[in-house]
Design a protein around this ligand. Structure first.
Ligand code: NAG
Ligand code: NAG
Ligand code: NAG
Ligand code: NAG
Ligand code: NAG
Ligand code: NAG
Ligand code: NAG
Ligand code: NAG
Ligand code: NAG
Ligand code: NAG
Length: 749
């Protein structure tokens, strides 16, 4: 058997003449017939005119005598037989038909194989496609094989398969599964082959299953439509005498691309945008269009640009596809952004969001602007209103007059503060800054920007009719400059009520030191006299040295402040008249300064400098006795310290009254002198009281010498008690007292 087919191979080797692909085909002519029936015949294939096909290997004849017309590869003695052309593809395939071989021998066992006549494409551009064909055998207990030759591998090979039917029921219908039918792949580059077939089983069993076995090479896509019934009949053979086989063809069977490109005269890839592709199936090459082009690469301008954009499935664009020669690119529509590729960033709409965003942004901005503008307008209005108000208050409070006065005097110690300055100084009138409170208003401790500590007094509402007077007083007070008088540093007239700024005295009131601190016994007589002297000096200054006589009107220990060195500072100025006269004042009067008030003035309602002298006398008594001006603990007639003292003096029992330390430190003469001075100050008749000047002189004398008291006393009494000013000179003619912190004061004109 082996020898047998080897002989056959040898035969085709000899028999195949060397075929030269002679005619150098020119390009395809438009006149060429390109169809045979339904079959397209593209160049390099062609019919008729030699210019219509590349060379005689591609000469196709169309037999139109039969219907449908048959296309045949013209053999021209080149090929052993005519091959019917069923289909030509420019990818290098040509579908033709080939007979199947069969063994339907019904005799008992016959060892001899049935061998097909060999077929060969040696020297031609054709070979049997290994990718498209399958060697197939049909039958039960069939052995079939294919002996072939491939010049690239340079070898003879044999492939085959055995088909068996163990149980006919398992024969698969329609497809070849190995039961009743078997298939085998074939190697590439086969240019010729021969088929053999034989039976493996006895005739008896064979006849039961079917008389025939078949073997053939077939297009793998061919529907065999194989069924078990076909085995027992010969109809399979009848229907499929020929089966389609796919041939591979190359443009030139003995050249590879490298060489072909150099041979301009015979190069097959004539189209622009085409290129040469070496055959994988043996020597030879094919032409193909470059990527992005399609068409026939074997003719001029055969490769046409593929308009990828025409076919939605052939491009990968998200929105807009733009075709370009050989390729395409993607874009996004207006109002979209992105690279436009489905595999890239695609297209994202930006147009729709933008107006919304713009509207939102615009509205937001304009609202914001409106808000800011209205806030600013409101603020401006408030500021203007507040400015106007301030101005109004300033004018109402006589600010202009005061300003003029201050300007003309060019005082640099008195300042007109703005409302903001004072707000800052008191931390917006913080409650923790309050150091005193009463019928007159509130006193705050404040710190000015220059670190200076001040007392800021905010009055209660004032009577507008008294503004002029208030301003005058302020003007005069601002000029008061005595070491024992609390200094008025400035004022603020921008608020509804005038605000006064004083220097801050840190060590409390004399009242506190005498009655509350509990350290009165530690204060020496000398110191007490000094304090008394300083008070007297301050009052004398106010009465006589100031540009206009100033009556304090409310001298009391609570209005005498002491600084850290126990230096006297007579406090509180100028607003007594401005304190509205209401019922609270009466109470304050009774509670606060009862006991200090000049009884004459209280009765007549006229105030003189002597009223201050009386009050001073009471303060002096406090210093000497340590008793309060009014003390409810004492018997009824003695509640008033001044009256109590006068009575004791009459009874000659002064010593009982005096405070321990005073008694121990003072000589009898000294004590008597002090007592006499006090007594004179407390005279019911104001005119009999000494002036403050005289008091000062007396006190200074007392402090210095104990000796010439008697002479001095009488002299000074004569001297001092003569000069006096009547209450009638008091312009105001009113008395007025304010609360604990307040010191009433009036200006006498
Ligand atoms: C093509 O084949 C036909 C038929 O075999 C033949 O008559 C004709 O001469 C051939 N053409 C050429 C150019 O060889
Ligand atoms: C076996 O087959 C061969 C070839 O077909 C034939 O020549 C031969 O006569 C057959 N032998 C018998 C015994 O039938
Ligand atoms: C094959 O086809 C025949 C007729 O069409 C059917 O009777 C049989 O059952 C089928 N066999 C299989 C295995 O499908
Ligand atoms: C034929 O088939 C029968 C059973 O189906 C089997 O017993 C016999 O051995 C077979 N004959 C041959 C030659 O295979
Ligand atoms: C295959 O066979 C079925 C019936 O078995 C038939 O209807 C069908 O047309 C056949 N197909 C082909 C391609 O022959
Ligand atoms: C197989 O047998 C069935 C039934 O006899 C028939 O219709 C069909 O055409 C046959 N197929 C072939 C390929 O012969
Ligand atoms: C080009 O091809 C032709 C025809 O196949 C051949 O005769 C010629 O020798 C080739 N020329 C070269 C340079 O290979
Ligand atoms: C070359 O041909 C092979 C097989 O025919 C194919 O797979 C390949 O894509 C082709 N190359 C080009 C660039 O066309
Ligand atoms: C579109 O292209 C796809 C593949 O790219 C192809 O399968 C389909 O047939 C084409 N459709 C048309 C109408 O050209
Ligand atoms: C998307 O695919 C195309 C081919 O279909 C390719 O040319 C392009 O580079 C790809 N883009 C990205 C971003 O991967």
């Amino acid at each position: 058997m082996a020898l047998h087919w080897l002989v056959h191979v040898f035969l085709w080797c000899l028999s195949l003449a060397t075929i030269s692909s002679s005619s150098s085909a020119s390009s395809s002519s438009m006149k060429c017939q390109r169809r045979c029936g339904k079959i397209k015949i593209p160049f390099p294939f062609g019919m008729g005119d030699p210019n219509c096909f590349r060379n005689e290997w591609f000469n196709v004849t169309c037999d139109e005598s039969v219907t449908p017309p048959k296309a045949l590869l013209a053999n021209n003695d080149l090929l052993e037989e005519d091959f019917e052309v069923l289909d030509i593809s420019l990818e290098g395939h040509l579908t033709t038909k080939k007979e199947i071989i069969h063994d339907c021998r019904s005799k008992s066992y016959n060892d001899t194989d049935i061998i097909e006549t060999p077929i060969s494409f040696y020297g031609s551009p054709y070979s049997f496609s290994n990718t498209r064909n399958k060697f197939t055998a049909v039958g039960c207990n069939t052995l079939a094989y294919m002996t072939g030759y491939t010049p690239t591998a340079g070898l003879i090979f044999r492939v085959g398969c055995i088909s068996n039917c163990f149980g006919i029921r398992r024969v698969m219908n329609g497809s070849c599964t190995g039961i009743g039918c078997c298939q085998s792949s074939i190697p590439p580059g086969i240019i010729g082959f021969q088929l053999g077939i034989n039976s493996l089983s006895s005739d008896a069993n064979r006849s039961r299953l079917g008389p025939c076995s078949y073997a053939f090479l077939v297009d793998q896509d061919f529907n065999l439509n194989f069924s078990v019934f076909n085995l027992s009949k010969t109809s399979f053979l009848d229907r499929n005498k020929q089966v389609p086989v796919v041939l591979d063809w190359v443009a030139s069977q003995n050249e590879i691309c490298e060489a072909a490109i150099k041979n301009k005269t015979d190069y097959a890839c004539l189209s622009e945008n085409s290129h040469c592709n070496d055959s994988i199936n043996g020597i030879g090459y094919l032409c193909s269009c470059s990527p992005g082009y399609s068409g026939n690469p074997y003719i001029h301008e055969g490769c046409k640009d593929i308009d990828e954009c025409k076919n939605k499935t052939s491009h990968n664009c998200n929105q807009v596809c733009v075709n370009m020669p050989g390729s395409y690119h993607c874009k996004c529509q207006k109002g979209y952004h992105g690279d436009g590729w489905n595999n890239g960033t695609r297209c994202t709409a930006d147009a729709k969001e933008l107006p919304v965003l713009k509207v939102i942004l615009g509205t937001g901005l304009s609202l914001l602007f409106l808000l800011i503008a209205s806030t600013w307008m409101y603020w401006l209005w408030r500021k203007r209103r507040s400015m106007k108000l301030k101005e109004k208050f300033f004018q109402q409070n006589g600010g202009l007059v005061l300003q003029q006065k201050i300007n003309t005097r060019r005082s640099d110690t008195f300042k007109i503060f703005t409302i903001e300055e004072l707000k800052r100084a008191t931390k917006n009138y913080c409650a923790s800054k309050i150091v005193g409170q009463g019928g007159f208003g509130i006193v705050y401790k404040g710190v000015l920007p220059n670190k200076k500590v001040v007392a800021i007094k905010k009055s209660k509402l004032v009577d507008a009719s008294q503004i002029d007077q208030f301003i005058n007083e302020l003007d005069i007070l601002s000029q008061v400059n005595h070491r024992n008088v609390v200094k008025l540093l400035g004022c603020c007239l921008e608020d509804q009520v005038p605000i006064l700024v004083y220097e801050f005295i840190s060590n409390g009131t004399l009242y506190h030191h005498i009655h509350e601190a509990g350290h009165l016994p530690s204060i020496s007589l000398e110191n007490r006299l000094r304090i008394a002297t300083e008070i007297a000096e301050a009052l004398a200054y106010l009465h006589f040295a100031a540009s206009m006589p100033i009556f304090h009107r409310d001298i009391k220990s609570a209005n005498i402040l002491l600084d850290n060195n126990f230096t006297v500072k007579v406090a509180d100025f100028g607003v007594s008249r401005l304190v509205p006269i209401d019922h609270t004042q009466i109470t304050t009067l009774v509670q606060g300064t009862w006991g200090y008030l000049d009884p004459e003035c209280f009765q007549t309602g006229k105030l003189t400098d002597k009223s201050d002298v009386y009050s001073f006398g009471v303060v002096l008594l406090e210093l000497l006795t340590g008793e309060k001006a009014v003390c409810l603990n004492r018997s009824h007639e003695d509640r008033n310290l001044a009256m109590y003292f006068v009575r004791k003096m009459k009874e000659n029992r002064l010593f009982q009254m005096l405070e321990e330390r005073v008694r121990s430190e003072a000589s009898v003469e000294q004590l008597m002198a002090i007592a006499q001075l006090t007594l004179r100050c407390l005279k019911l008749n104001g005119e009999k009281r000494p002036t403050m000047k005289e008091v000062v002189v007396d006190l200074q004398g007392l402090r210095g010498f104990q000796n010439h008291h008697s002479v001095h006393d009488q002299e000074s009494e004569k001297l001092l008690c003569e000069t006096s000013q009547g209450c009638k000179e008091d312009a105001g003619g009113q008395y007025s007292v304010s609360g604990h912190f307040d010191i009433s004061l009036t200006l006498s004109r």
